[in-house]
Every structure is written in structure tokens, then in C-alpha cells.
Write a protein that binds this ligand. Structure first.
Ligand code: FAD
Ligand code: DLZ
Ligand code: SF4
Length: 514
């Protein structure tokens, strides 16, 4: 029996790997054809970490198999297929003529770049072209814009409370937050203890599909940053769910307490290592939060742990996406401090005497992973203190992590970590001296520099860079009430110390240039 020619072309992108994505829900499994295309451009518009490329391609191939098993008609274009143009847009055009479709269905891409390219294609083509809202997120772009409209300050905490009310997560029968408070952040953030023994994230063996992808990535992207193997990520929904169950059972209770802690040789601590799965659709944000809410209500975990985790997903994750779509495409060009320094080479090589940066870059190279505080308070903090161009910092973060997509990476980097938006996203720059890093990690005990020394070539560079940063940007920052204490401390320093700070900072920054 011959099959009728398909009605619509349903484009599924590499980060839309769930049958509940809007375009598949709107499609007809009997009549439509689903297109997934591996393309060079998506792997190289920034030179992604090898592990990220392998993860996305393997997850795409597994998802295509799942769709085909469920009766969908799937057109899968492999990276090395003859005629592959290397671009999503051109692959859509080629597939339209291959299948004779007169209509395209796609869920809105996560990144502005690709959304813009598809909008332009829609204008150019003479076909019905539907870009559907990505309702895997709990708050749409319009809803966020409505929330933001007329507010002087867009603070995550206010947004988060609305999301708690809207979802009912951790809300009691009287409409009050469980545990009597919205936020238990102050109960979290304990310094680490050396003897902590976290369960490692669940690891998976590679199957034949993944092994083929690993060979492909090794050949095609061998010169990209990062170690390709060992490769142990989940590549199917079933595996990703098992990885998340493992986290809930073994690590979640400690997650809040040690969220900000950093220990040498323990890259994951009690973190979920879930963002890479969540961001491609292998996990569902509301489903994860309901699972955590249930674990709390059944008495398996404390309200501190549950709230600390749920806040990250329905609070921070949704909030940064809202900011991204509200501000793009101009957001990427913001540079509040007018920082121009190039990104130091050791962000790629890890060859630095600073043990904290070395540990974070090595771990990033090996695992395509660093947790939030490593990204924010080590690599991000250092780049801001020395004055690296925020666009260079942004491109680095977008390239090196397995979970990196611009909608989530850019606001975190440019806004939260570099304060390049002048405080739209965060209320003050996340700048810190060595003391903070020493309190929250064991890095300093392994360092060439002395964290207790304030000045001179042997002193921890963060110690003078921090004060130099505040000094340089006094005109822009002194009015910020959250920095009043820091500026009072700076003003009370004796003249000798005040003179040493810029000398040390200039010597160090010149050394980076050399
Ligand atoms: P956990 O610490 O276990 O947290 C649980 C989940 O909460 C995460 O999986 C993630 O989905 C969510 N979450 C936590 N914090 C944030 C946040 N600030 N913004 C959005 N979601 C959050 N996250 C990305 O998913 N992709 C990125 O490209 C990315 N780039 C970042 C760049 C910088 C400079 C900074 C400071 C943060 C960035 N983050 C990014 C946020 C955060 O660091 C990661 O989500 C987190 O480290 C992922 O590890 P995990 O799954 O173990 O998270
Ligand atoms: C990240 C990525 C990579 C490496 N490769 C592909 C690909 O070959 N095909 C594809 O459809 N998607 C890929 N992706 C994910 C896209 O970059 C992502 O969909 C856009 O950045 C929009 O968020
Ligand atoms: Fe980092 Fe300074 Fe500690 Fe060295 S002493 S690990 S540079 S904070």
C-alpha cells in the first residue's frame, strides 16, 4: 500500500526532544512528516564542547528512533549525509521539496539567532509556516512581559512567588508557602567539609548509537575544546528520568546545604546534573518539581531542600528566560563597565597558578560541567574583576558547557555574572575576594598564592583585584546600597594599602596581557 504524500513538515530541533513539544502535539502522526537534521552550523556557531555535541546528536538519534517506533514518519538527516547543507534553514527548504509539503510546523527555538532565521525563512517561503509557543516553559514570553511591565525592578524573588502561587508547588491548603516562608536560602549555603561523600551522578554505558556518534564527533570536531570520553550522559528520556530519581534519592536532601560549596576532585557534589537533560527536553520542569514536592509531602526530604531546588527551576530558570526574550536582540551587546580585556588563554588551557580557576577549567574540560557557584564566583568573578569583554565571556560559557543554550546562558553570564546589564537582572555585581573562595572551597590549600596575603606578588590576586574593581567603577557603583559597606571599608583603608591595590592589580593584569 502506498502512503499518501505528507501534509505538513514538522521540524524538531536538537533541544526539543519530547513528544509533548508543541509542534508534535499539533501534528498528525498519520499524515505529517517529522524532520530532524544534524547540521554543522549548530555545532560550530560557537565551537561547542565535544561532549555537548555528542550528547545532543546521540539524544537526537535516540529520539528519532522513539518517534519511528511510535508510528511517526521520520526524516532524519545525518551530519555526513550527502547533500547536507549544514544549516537548519536550508534543510527545511530541502525537506519541503523532498516531501512536497505545503506547510511547516515548528516550536519556537530557544535561541533568538535561530528564531530570527526561521522568521526570515517564513517571510521568504510561500508556504503556511507556524511557529508555536514553547509551552515546556511555565511562563510564556507574553506573560513575563506582562509581569515586567511597569515594574521599576525585575527581581527574581517577586517573580518566583507568583510562580509558586500559580503552580501550587510547596503551597499549603491555606494558600501559604509550606514551612511558613517563601525562601530558605539563608539556611542553605554551608561551607564544605572535606569528609563529605556525595553520591556521584548516575552514569550510563554507551550503546551502538552513541558509539557511532562518538566516532563522528572525534573525527569532525576533534579540535573543539574538551574531553570527549569517558562519555556517560543519559541520552534517552528513560535514562534521564533514572538519573533524576537517583539525585532525588541520594543527593537532594544535602543539595541546599552544600549548594555553594566547592571541593577539589568532587565536581558534582550534591548537584542534580539535570540542566543538560532539562534543556533538551529529556526531563520536564514541572514534572521534576512535582516529584520534589511529593518527596517533601511524603516526609522524605526537608522543606529547605525542596524549596532550594524548586526555586532554581520555577524561579531562576523561568526568570532568566523571561529576561532573555524581553531584552533580545540588544541584550548581547550590553557592556555596562565598558570592559575590553580579552579572555585569558587559561580559560582554555587551565594553565594558571590560581588553583581555583585551574580546578574549574579542568573540570569544565573533562566533564562539560561546573556548578553554579564555580561558574559565578570563580571563572565569572575573575573575568569581571580583571575587566574581560562580556561578549568574550559569554562566548566562552556558551561553548564549554553541555547545558549551554543562549536563552539561559546569556542572562546568567552577561547579567548575573558580569553585571554588564547594569543591574537589570541582579541587584549588585557578584564580586568577591579570596576570603569568600577560601570559605566556600578547599582550593586555596592547593594554591601557589596565599589567600591571607593582601598585596604583593605572592598574594591571592582576587584580594587586590576585588578592591581595584570597586575603585575603578566607583562612579557607577557607589550609589548601590548593597555595596555601601564595601565602599566604607575601602575608604577606611590606610593610604599605603590604597596605593598598593592599583599597583598590584596593574602588574597582574599586564601579566595576563603578556
Ligand atoms: P543544580 O545546581 O542541581 O540546580 C538544579 C536546576 O536548577 C538546574 O539543572 C537548572 O536547570 C536550574 N538552575 C539553577 N540555577 C539556575 C540559573 N541561574 N539559571 C537557570 N537555571 C538554573 N544553566 C544552564 O542550564 N545553561 C547554561 O548555559 C548556564 N550558564 C550559566 C552561566 C553562568 C555564568 C552562570 C553563573 C550560571 C549558568 N547556568 C546555566 C545556571 C546554573 O549554573 C546551571 O543551571 C547549573 O549549574 C546546572 O547544573 P545542575 O543541573 O547540577 O544544577
Ligand atoms: C546544540 C545543537 C547541536 C550541537 N546540533 C544540533 C543539530 O545538529 N541539529 C539541531 O536541530 N539542533 C542542534 N543543536 C541544538 C540547537 O543549537 C538549538 O535547537 C538551538 O540553539 C535553539 O535553541
Ligand atoms: Fe584562588 Fe586565591 Fe584561593 Fe588561590 S588563594 S585558590 S587564587 S582564591
Amino acid at each position: 500500500m502506498t502512503r499518501r504524500s505528507p501534509n505538513r513538515l514538522v521540524l524538531i530541533l536538537g533541544d526539543q526532544l519530547t513528544q509533548s513539544v508543541a509542534a508534535l502535539r499539533a501534528a498528525d502522526r498519520k499524515r505529517d512528516v517529522v524532520l530532524l537534521a544534524e547540521v554543522q552550523q549548530e555545532a560550530s556557531y560557537v565551537r561547542h564542547h565535544k561532549k555537548k555535541i555528542a550528547f545532543v546528536l546521540s539524544a537526537m538519534r535516540h529520539f528519532a528512533d522513539e518517534l519511528a517506533d511510535d508510528g511517526w514518519r521520520v526524516d532524519y538527516v545525518k551530519l555526513n549525509d550527502q547533500g547536507n547543507s549544514g544549516s537548519i534553514v536550508v534543510e527545511v527548504e530541502r525537506a519541503l521539496s523532498r516531501h512536497g509539503c505545503g506547510c511547516v510546523l515548528v516550536t519556537k527555538p530557544g535561541e533568538w539567532r535561530l528564531f530570527d532565521a526561521l522568521e526570515k525563512l517564513r517571510e521568504r517561503l510561500n508556504v503556511d509556516f507556524n511557529i508555536l509557543e514553547d509551552d515546556r516553559f511555565l511562563c510564556s514570553g507574553c506573560e513575563f512581559a506582562k509581569w515586567a511591565n511597569g515594574r521599576k525592578k525585575l527581581r527574581m524573588e517577586h517573580f518566583y512567588r507568583e510562580m509558586r502561587r500559580r503552580t501550587g508547588l510547596l503551597m499549603d491548603e491555606h494558600g501559604e508557602p509550606c514551612g511558613g516562608r517563601w525562601n530558605f536560602d539563608t539556611e542553605n549555603r554551608k561551607p564544605p567539609k572535606k569528609e563529605l561523600v556525595p553520591a556521584s551522578p548516575k552514569r550510563f554505558l554507551t550503546d551502538e548509537t552513541t558509539q557511532k556518534v562518538l566516532q563522528l564527533v572525534d573525527v569532525q570536531f576533534g579540535d573543539h575544546f574538551g574531553e570527549l570520553e569517558p562519555f556517560w550522559f543519559a541520552v534517552t528520556r528513560k535514562q534521564a528520568e533514572a538519573a533524576f530519581d537517583h539525585f532525588v534519592e541520594n543527593s537532594l536532601e544535602q543539595f541546599g546545604d552544600y549548594q555553594d560549596a566547592m571541593l577539589l576532585g568532587k565536581p558534582f557534589l550534591y548537584h542534580a546534573v539535570a540542566s543538560l537533560y532539562l534543556n533538551v527536553g529529556l526531563l520536564d520542569p514541572l514534572g521534576m518539581c512535582r516529584q520534589v514536592d511529593d518527596a517533601y509531602r511524603m516526609g522524605h526530604i526537608s522543606v529547605y531542600a525542596a524549596e532550594g531546588f524548586i526555586r532554581q527551576i520555577i524561579g531562576w530558570r523561568e526568570y532568566v528566560r523571561g529576561i532573555y526574550w524581553l531584552q533580545m536582540p540588544d541584550y548581547v551587546h550590553l557592556n555596562f563597565f565598558e570592559h575590553q580585556h580579552p579572555l585569558p588563554d587559561f580559560y582554555w588551557t587551565a594553565q594558571t597558578d590560581m588553583a581555583c580557576i585551574r580546578a574549574c577549567v579542568e573540570q569544565t574540560r573533562d566533564e562539560a560541567y561546573a556548578h553554579h557557584i564555580q561558574r559565578l564566583m570563580i571563572t565569572g568573578n575573575f573575568a569581571m574583576l580583571v575587566g574581560v569583554d562580556p561578549k568574550a565571556v559569554h562566548e566562552w560559557y556558551l561553548a564549554v558547557y553541555a547545558d549551554a543554550y543562549e536563552w539561559v546562558e546569556l542572562p546568567n553570564t552577561l547579567g548575573m555574572s558580569q553585571f554588564a546589564d547594569g543591574g537589570l537582572l541582579g541587584s549588585k555585581p557578584y564580586a568577591a575576594a579570596g576570603n569568600y573562595i577560601n570559605r566556600m572551597s578547599d582550593y586555596c590549600s592547593d594554591c601557589h598564592y596565599n589567600v591571607k596575603e593582601k598585596s604583593g606578588p605572592g598574594a591571592c590576586p582576587f584580594n587586590y583585584l576585588y578592591w581595584d574593581f570597586l575603585w575603578r567603577h566607583r562612579a557607577k557603583l557607589a550609589g548601590n546600597p548593597r555595596l555601601a559597606h564595601a565602599y566604607r571599608t575601602l575608604d577606611r583603608m590606610d593610604n599605603r594599602r590604597k596605593a598598593e591595590i592599583p599597583l598590584d592589580a596593574n602588574r597582574f593584569i599586564q601579566g595576563l596581557r603578556a
